[in-house]
Design a protein around this ligand. Structure first.
Ligand code: HEM
Length: 134
């Protein structure tokens, strides 16, 4: 069970990274290229949000099962920083929803996703880095 969850949590990171990076690039192109906000943009944000929540859910279950809370370095560097990365994606979708024009939506979404990606990068250092495999 632990092994299966760890493999799922480890592998799912690539889906999260792919979606966050691809969506951020799409938002940047939309912002700089002065494009109109379309339903695909809303859906990409929704997919990134869904993917990161699946990852957190797997992580929280693992954290409880593996009793990692005694390892403060891991908790601070992986758990807390990655929960903040979820905040970045939340910021992106909430602000994009609120912003009036397309440019504002793209800008806010890009900023939130870029912050989230930096936090994912930093938070993965405690488990060997972005592409580390166990
Ligand atoms: C975007 C969010 C996250 C990503 C991309 C991510 C990614 C990873 C990766 C790549 C590993 C290493 C897996 C391996 O050793 O093969 C890992 C381990 C782990 N993660 Fe996460 N994680 C995220 C969020 C979380 C959260 C929020 C928690 C806890 C609440 C968590 C708990 C754990 C635990 C307990 C391990 C096992 C560490 C060990 O065996 O030493 N993760 N995570």
């Amino acid at each position: 069970m632990d092994y299966f969850l760890l493999q799922a949590h480890s592998g799912w990171r690539f889906i999260v990274i792919l979606l966050v990076v691809a969506t951020a690039i799409k938002m940047l192109i939309g912002w700089l290229g002065k494009q109109n906000w379309r339903s695909i943009d809303t859906n990409l944000l929704l997919a990134s949000r869904g993917a990161i929540y699946v990852q957190v859910l797997l992580g929280v279950i693992l954290y409880i099962l593996l009793q990692k809370w005694t390892n403060m370095r891991f908790t601070a560097e992986h758990t807390i920083i990655l929960l903040l990365a979820v905040g970045g994606v939340e910021f992106a979708s909430a602000r994009a929803k609120k912003a009036a024009g397309s440019a504002g939506k793209f800008r806010m979404a890009f900023i939130g996703l870029a912050v989230s990606f930096v936090l994912i990068f930093v938070g993965l250092q405690a488990v060997g880095g972005l592409f580390a495999m166990s």
